[in-house]
Design a protein around this ligand. Structure first.
Ligand code: SIN
Ligand code: NI
Length: 257
């Protein structure tokens, strides 16, 4: 396994990657996990999946979506709470961030269903926030045929669109027809690499046509000042929050602070 990393000895990303994120709305960061971490967290993800397949929030067959695994599994919590990753998220964002939620996103072998183009932020009950971002961490090698991500560069400023249906390949383009004509960037990842993408950057993930499950662990970082908009979401529905409440406290920690 390769051992090189884009992260400097000071734990920070070089300016060209930060500038790339700001310009394009996504960036690939190689080697956020070392080989031992890939082995440890990959095994933890496999074991978690075995016990929790039935808990998937995603029912459309595109992938298994297991949310807030940090609350149930100590190893996966260590991954979600990784300080180096959280600090890089803050470097890219340019402001303090806290955890919105994590999720394991698994495409089973030969599942052959794409996650169609969408933006993430319209799904979330957030208000008063600056641009959130997600780290999509590959726990196995994810070439295109195993279901890597494809991005629409420069779409990170397209706020205000309604939530899109990630089972409909045309929905994002129905909402904003110009986006169809943006050159798309597909980003294969080696195990231990990740991409960061903003909450408004249009993206999709290809189907998995291989014999191996596509294991991705996603950590979603929101502006530390984010308030609750009052909308419905599986992460907040049971919390009894009043509209306008700051999303902070134990449910939305900042372990990298
Ligand atoms: C996927 O991994 O299939 C989708 C990820 C995303 O939409 O952020
Ligand atoms: Ni998404």
């Amino acid at each position: 396994m390769r051992r090189e990393t884009d992260i400097g000895p000071d734990g920070r990303l070089p300016d060209d990657l930060v500038n790339g994120y700001r310009e394009h709305g996504f960036v690939r960061v190689r080697g956020v996990l070392g080989p031992e971490q890939v082995e440890r967290f990959g095994a933890a993800a496999d074991a978690y999946l075995e016990g929790h397949r039935g808990d998937s929030l995603e029912k459309g067959g595109a992938f298994s979506q297991l949310v807030n695994v940090w609350q149930a599994d100590q190893d996966l919590r260590d991954l979600t709470f990784d300080r180096r990753l959280g600090r890089i998220a803050e470097q890219l964002a340019g402001f303090p961030v806290r955890l919105w939620h994590d999720q394991m996103l698994v495409k089973e072998p030969h599942s052959n269903t794409a996650t169609e183009f969408h933006q993430d932020r319209p799904y979330w009950p957030h208000a008063g926030d600056r641009l959130p971002l997600s780290a999509w961490i590959a726990l196995v090698d994810v070439p295109p045929e195993r279901g890597c991500m494809t991005f629409l560069p420069g779409t990170q400023d397209r706020s205000g669109l309604r939530a899109q249906d990630l089972h409909d390949e045309d929905d994002l383009f129905a909402v904003d027809p110009e986006l169809r004509w943006i050159p798309r960037v597909t980003v294969p990842l080696r195990a231990g690499d990740c991409t960061f993408h903003s909450g408004y950057t249009g993206h999709m993930a290809l189907p998995n046509s291989t014999d191996l499950a596509r294991l991705a662990h996603v950590v979603i970082y929101m502006d530390a000042e984010t308030a609750f908009s009052g909308g419905s979401h599986p992460v907040t529905d049971s919390l009894g929050l009043a509209k306008g409440t700051r999303l902070d406290g134990d449910a939305f920690p900042r372990p990298w602070a």
